[in-house]
Ligand binder design. Structure first.
Ligand code: ZN
Length: 159
């Protein structure tokens, strides 16, 4: 990757790791799911307050590597207050960029594009997708723990 892309990526990951957004719990979540990434040891739980078709509020908790925590933190920022359909679209594009199916410069990712650098590190892609994976499970109303190793894996059910 270019050094500018690398710098931005490092900076964003460290900043979110230091001060994760929307970290904690909701009092009465309408939807929730957990995600685990056994290959790295990341675990995150996502709690949502979905009102009609809008993600009114969101929190996440858990422990993981810097990329997992930063990506989940950025995910919560990106989807809070947005339509569920938009969250699903973002997940699709974010996954496609990280797996190399979509050019980051053409994907409508907003700030999330600063994590596009993760695609250079295949072993970390699951870390970056875990929070989104849990989000998709929560939206789908699947209360079971989502795992990056469970077959639906990084496909996030979007296949
Ligand atoms: Zn990780």
């Amino acid at each position: 990757m270019s050094s500018a892309e690398n710098d931005l990526y490092q900076e964003v990951v460290l900043e979110h790791k230091r001060a994760p957004r929307n970290f904690g719990h909701l009092e009465h979540p309408s939807h929730q799911a957990q995600g685990t990434n056994p290959s790295c040891g990341d675990r995150v739980a996502v709690e949502l307050d979905i009102d009609g078709s809008t993600v009114r509020d969101i929190r996440f908790s858990g422990q993981g590597c810097a990329i997992c925590m930063a990506s989940t933190s950025m995910m919560t920022e990106a989807v809070k207050g947005q339509d569920v359909a938009l969250a699903q679209e973002l997940q699709k594009h974010f996954r496609a960029v990280l797996t190399g199916e979509e050019d980051p410069e053409e994907a409508p990712l907003g700030k999330l594009v600063s994590l596009a650098g993760v695609r250079q590190y295949p072993s970390r892609i699951k870390c970056a997708l875990l929070g989104w994976h849990a989000l998709m499970h929560a939206i789908a109303g699947n209360q079971e723990a989502a795992s990056t190793e469970d077959g639906t894996g990084t496909a996030g059910g979007a296949a």
